[in-house]
Design a protein. Structure first.
Length: 153
């Protein structure tokens, strides 16, 4: 795991606060299980409301897990007065999601002043067999000044 310089010593608490304010994540049932500089893990229990028409985890939920884990990984490396927004997200769906639980892992590959290049994975967790890679993504998270967002609306 790559070592990154932490610019905000309270990044763990800030990430937990931000998750609480994301009502969609609360609606899905996403829980953060591991937070470190440049790396995030989140878990989700499978619910019927998250299924697509064939009973598998909906691709939008997989994409959301990729996005939230990569986004928070990038956010862990920005200044106190900064945030991140998704500039680009490319998701590859590798296996159907039929697990009772999912683990999302997101990490930063390279960070810069404005752009953070990230990857993430969603794994299906089973009680009686090995984890299965459901989706993999690469993304660009854009660093923004929070004051600019507040002023624009």
């Amino acid at each position: 795991m790559q070592k990154f310089k932490v610019k905000n010593p309270a990044f763990r608490e800030n990430i937990r606060e931000k998750l609480i304010r994301q009502h969609f994540m609360k609606h899905l049932g996403v829980e953060l299980t591991h937070i470190e500089a440049g790396y995030i893990e989140a878990e989700l229990d499978f619910e019927k409301s998250l299924q697509q028409q064939n009973g598998f985890l909906h691709g939008g939920v997989s994409a959301t897990l990729c996005d939230i884990s990569a986004g928070f990984a990038a956010y862990s490396l920005v200044e106190v007065d900064e945030g991140v927004v998704t500039g680009d997200l490319r998701v590859s769906y590798l296996n159907p999601g039929d697990a009772p639980k999912y683990l999302a892992k997101g990490w930063v590959i390279k960070t810069g002043k404005l752009l953070n290049f990230c990857e993430s994975e969603v794994w299906g967790l089973y009680p009686d067999k090995e984890a299965v890679l459901i989706a993999k993504s690469s993304s660009t998270m854009v660093t923004v000044k929070m004051k600019a967002i507040e002023n624009d609306g």
